[in-house]
Design a protein around this ligand. Sequence first.
Ligand SMILES: [Zn+2]
Ligand SMILES: [Zn+2]
Length: 271
Amino acid sequence: MNRSKWDRRIERADGLAAAHPFAAEVLQFYKRMTIFQQSLYSHGVEACGNESGKRISRLFPQDLNVHLLLARFTEFLSTVETCGPQPIAQSARDLNTQGTERWQDLLSSFWRTASDFEISPERSEVLLAWIFLQPQAEYVADHDGHISRHENLAVCPFCSGKPIVGVLRPEGDGAKRSLICSMCATEWAYGRIICPACGEEAVEKLAIYTASPFDHVRVEACDTCRRYIKTVDLTKDGHAVPVVDELATMPLNLWAQEHGYVKLQANLLGI
Ligand SMILES: [Zn+2]
Ligand SMILES: [Zn+2]
């Protein structure tokens, strides 16, 4: 089951690229990254297992065998060099010349502080470390049977990562909201009318914006902290794959930027 979710992401990227040519280049990059991540995920047990081969402990993010991953990192960087947008491709090119000691420092320090990571235009290396290590975190989370998903937390109940996208799933006659972790992809329940960045609950402070042709994706912005997150409404489009639809709907990001809102967590374009 866990492996097929990667296939669903890839298929959705193909479908959205065909329907929305303006997003095709971005989605092609996403697809290449997802294929790479899928192969890393399938080796997650190697990188995250301890020496006896037992499954990782729940004490994420301490357990990561960076040495086992370094062999794949140069291949990853070369892939980004050829298919990534600037300046991400340039950053991969620069990093690829710096050697294993530098890569080890980058990946180890990112993994130690993964739940707090912030992506900014000047920090493409952090973006690369995130794309590369995200499948490891997802693997760890998928193999933990004790994640509490119903505590209405603003950050991931497993790894404390920030949400990258919200989801509305059908429930009864309406919909319930959940959030998806940017680091380990855990999905957890969250109230519908509350800002995940600052906890604001006053309806008049929480703006919602949608625009054709993406009626199933909405910007949820907060006038108190000026942060926003996009939420994908599966009651309107049951075929949507939230993390992919979030990426494909960049015109909504522009609207948010123009209105002075800052995204709660960047996607793999650093946006
Ligand atoms: Zn998480
Ligand atoms: Zn807020």
